[in-house]
Each structure stands twice: as structure tokens, then as C-alpha cells.
Design a protein around this ligand. Sequence first.
Ligand SMILES: Cc1cc2nc3c(=O)[nH]c(=O)nc-3n(C[C@H](O)[C@H](O)[C@H](O)COP(=O)(O)OP(=O)(O)OC[C@H]3O[C@@H](n4cnc5c(N)ncnc54)[C@H](O)[C@@H]3O)c2cc1C
Length: 288
Amino acid sequence: MTALATATPLAVHRSRKLIPEFRLHRPRSAAEAVAMKAAAGPGAVYMAGGIDVVNRVKSGLQVTDVIHLGAVAELDDIEEAEDGLQLGALVTHDRLATSPLVKAQLPALAQTWPDVANIRIRCKGTIGGNIMAGDPSYDFALTALAADARLHFLISDDSTRIVSATQSRGATRGALLTAIILRSGSALRLVFDRSLRPVVTVALGLDTVGGRIISGRVAIGCAYAAPLTASLPLAEPLPPGELARGAEQLAQEVVAGLPTPLADHHATSGYRLRMIEVLLRRNLTAAA
Ligand SMILES: Cc1cc2nc3c(=O)[nH]c(=O)nc-3n(C[C@H](O)[C@H](O)[C@H](O)COP(=O)(O)OP(=O)(O)OC[C@H]3O[C@@H](n4cnc5c(N)ncnc54)[C@H](O)[C@@H]3O)c2cc1C
């Protein structure tokens, strides 16, 4: 009994009592938000829907300033851009699930998103917050990786940066994510498999030119400390039928190059690795 009572607690309980006092800022524009964050210093955080931010402060995260993005105009549009579909960082999961443009241009997202989280989370949580939270189980972060999305950041009033989602980690610390561009229509084929969540999630993005698959990526969620992306080892552009025939070998090659997945109460490392291979093979075949 004594040993149990003095042991390290198994879980940190969330409580409103742990929320520190902080200054709340309500910028009206992206430039104002960036300026406020810079002026507030290292204790400041952006807050979009606030689902993660609020959970973190209830778990003891110390923040001095919250830059609430809710009143920032222009960051919640979904529109066609020259290079694909442009999604504002403040677009909620629900808008993604119900947008006619998303349905027309990226049908795999429109089909998958009604199953993401629950309606309360979908109405509040944003796709920008989903990416920036860096959680390995979050689905839009996987979408951005599989699609090799372009992420637009505002760093200061007169400095913007566009980075590939697959190369963005750490490169834009403190910057404001303003938009995400996904190639759409026939240039990108996206496939999702959330059927084994929380053991593993797989998102597949295939780049096609003239009906042939020229390159592709698999983004793997729930299996590592951060979302992980691997390129498909395609030696040459493939027509879809050949991709289907080579799916088993491709899946084996990808899995052979992966690091050892996590082991936890959901699954062992070995089971996760095996399931990544199974889902990848199945979804390569489905995509083809
Ligand atoms: C019960 C439950 C179930 C869930 N199920 C799922 C699920 O099935 N799939 C899934 O993907 N997610 C799921 N989630 C997570 C949810 O989707 C995310 O919490 C949400 O997308 C985060 O968005 P937000 O706007 O609330 O982020 P916030 O909490 O506001 O922010 C998250 C992080 O991003 C930063 N940030 C936010 N916006 C910006 C920006 N524009 N620029 C720079 N930094 C920014 C914040 O500072 C913070 O660090 C679930 C959550 C809950 C509570």
C-alpha cells in the first residue's frame, strides 16, 4: 500500500485549477496575430479551435499569452488556386467534410472526414491546429504529408514562407500557418485507411501525370512518436494496373525501410509493422 501511495502518478489529471493566468489577445488580421505573438515572447501560444491548447493548459502547460485566432478574417476560406485547392488554416473539420469544392476536387477527403472525431470536435477543431499540434494520431496532418501539401506561413508582417508538409517540421517554429494547398483533381489520388486506428492509420498520396503514377508517399499515423512519411520506391511511371500487380512487393519494400514502431497497450511493434504492410498493400490495390 505504501509503495503504491508514493509511486509516480500514472496519469496527469486535467483540471481547470491548473490553468495559469494569461493575457488574451484577439487579433483581427494574420499580420496583427504574428506581431502580437512576437511582442508577447516565448510564453505565447496561438489558439484556433482551442481543443489541444485548452487540454494542455488544463494539464499544466504554462502560457503567458493566448493569441486567439477566431476573429482573424481571411483564414477560413476554401478556394481553387492555380496549383490546387487552397484551404485556410482556420477551416474546421466540419467545413472540410461538407464543402462542395472539396467533394468535387478531393472526394477521398469528403468521404473520410465525416468519420473523423465527433461532431462537436469537427465543428470546433481546425485543420491548421490539427497540423500544428504535431500529434501522431491526427488525420489532417497525415493528409498534408501524404499529399505533399504546400504549407503557407506568415513569419512576420512582411515575410512569408511556403514549405512542403514533408519538410516543415521545426522549420517554422513560432510562425502562423495561414493556408494549406493540396493538388487536386487528377494530379493527386488520395486514399485513407483509418480502420485500425488507434493501432495504425495509413494515408496514401499518388502523383499522376497522363494517367500514370509517377511518385507517391505513404503517411503513417498512430505508430510512431510523430507522423512518419515514406516515399514509394517506384522505379518508373506505372499505369494503375501495374501498381496493383506490384502492390505486395512495394508494401514489403516500404516496410523494410521503416523504423521500429511504438509498442503500447494498443499493439506490439511487430503487430503494428505487419498491419502497416497489410494496409499499404490493400490501399495500393484499391488506389490502382
Ligand atoms: C474526443 C476527441 C476526438 C478526436 N478525434 C480525432 C480524430 O479522429 N482525428 C483527428 O485528426 N483529430 C482528432 N481529435 C483532435 C482534433 O481534431 C484536434 O484537436 C484539432 O484539429 C486541433 O484543432 P484546434 O483548432 O482545436 O487547435 P488548437 O488547440 O487551437 O491548436 C493546436 C496547436 O496548434 C497551434 N496552432 C493552431 N492554429 C495555428 C496556426 N494557424 N498557426 C500556427 N500554429 C497554430 C496551437 O498553438 C497549438 O499548439 C480529437 C480530439 C478530441 C478531443
